[in-house]
Ligand binder design. Structure first.
Ligand code: SF4
Length: 241
């Protein structure tokens, strides 16, 4: 049987911010969203990057096995769940070697296409970009329906979830929104951690690469005070912020 080919944008051998412990991070190519704050637009196109089989990628991961034994592998992007069969194959190989696997996803694909991958991995790091569906479309090009369906399924099967929420002044930095977010997230026992990530413009220059005007030039970066304020609101709902 021939193996599925994956499109990989790049890898990082020692990631420290993409999951527990020291991680080997695989950035997958392709993303269906168009977040206004995206700092990796060079991952958007699907059939770019390096083509490799699951075995080829796994042999790279295995080289680092000793370094990541208290961490693991994180599949990020782009949107890794756009390549579910490839991901499933690599995760299965990691599991056989006892390597912890995390998926860093925007939850932008239907649950029906990625359920097997969610069930195979150890941790889902899920972006909730905007708790309000209409505003989410404005901010990312899609509503949060797929992401919420994935979160529901994680709760159903008891898969650990870390929520990531980017705080964008004039968009998601809004007390009412944060209260709504806190209230909804408080219903889920699968959520083990919530990361509030300040918006920054460090990836702005990459938008030239995709020939798309960057719309947030005039929006300031989120300040540490704003991040603290957002965290305080979420803590009111008993969340692990
Ligand atoms: S999901 Fe990530 S890669 Fe995709 S557009 Fe949004 S920020 Fe960029």
């Amino acid at each position: 049987m021939s193996e599925t080919i994956g499109y990989v944008h790049s890898v990082e051998s020692f990631g420290a911010v993409d999951g527990p412990g020291v991680r080997f991070v695989v950035f997958m190519q392709g993303c269906p969203l168009r977040c206004l704050f995206c700092h990796n637009p060079d991952t958007w196109k699907m059939n770019e990057g390096e083509q490799m089989t699951a075995t080829e990628l796994f042999s790279q991961i295995k080289t680092y096995k000793n370094f990541i034994k208290k961490g693991g592998v994180t599949f990020s992007g782009g949107e890794p769940l756009l390549q579910p069969d490839f991901l499933y194959e690599v995760i299965s190989l990691c599991k056989k070697e006892g390597i912890h696997t995390a998926i860093d996803t925007s939850g932008a694909v239907p649950l029906s296409t990625c359920k097997h991958v969610i069930e195979a991995c150890d941790l889902v790091m899920l972006d909730i970009k905007d708790i309000d569906k209409e505003d989410c479309i404005q901010l990312t090009g899609q509503s949060n329906t797929n992401a919420m369906n994935i979160l529901n399924h994680c709760d159903f099967i008891g898969r650990d979830v870390w929520i990531r929420h980017v705080l964008v002044p004039q968009y998601t930095y809004n007390a009412e929104k944060l209260h709504r977010l806190g209230k909804v997230l408080s219903w889920y026992s699968c959520i083990k951690k919530i990361e509030v990530i300040p918006f920054h413009k460090m990836g702005e220059y990459k938008w030239d690469y995709v020939d798309t005007p960057y719309q947030l030039t005039d929006i300031p970066s989120a300040t540490p005070q704003q991040v603290n304020k957002a965290k305080e609101i979420l803590k009111q709902y008993g969340l692990p912020v």
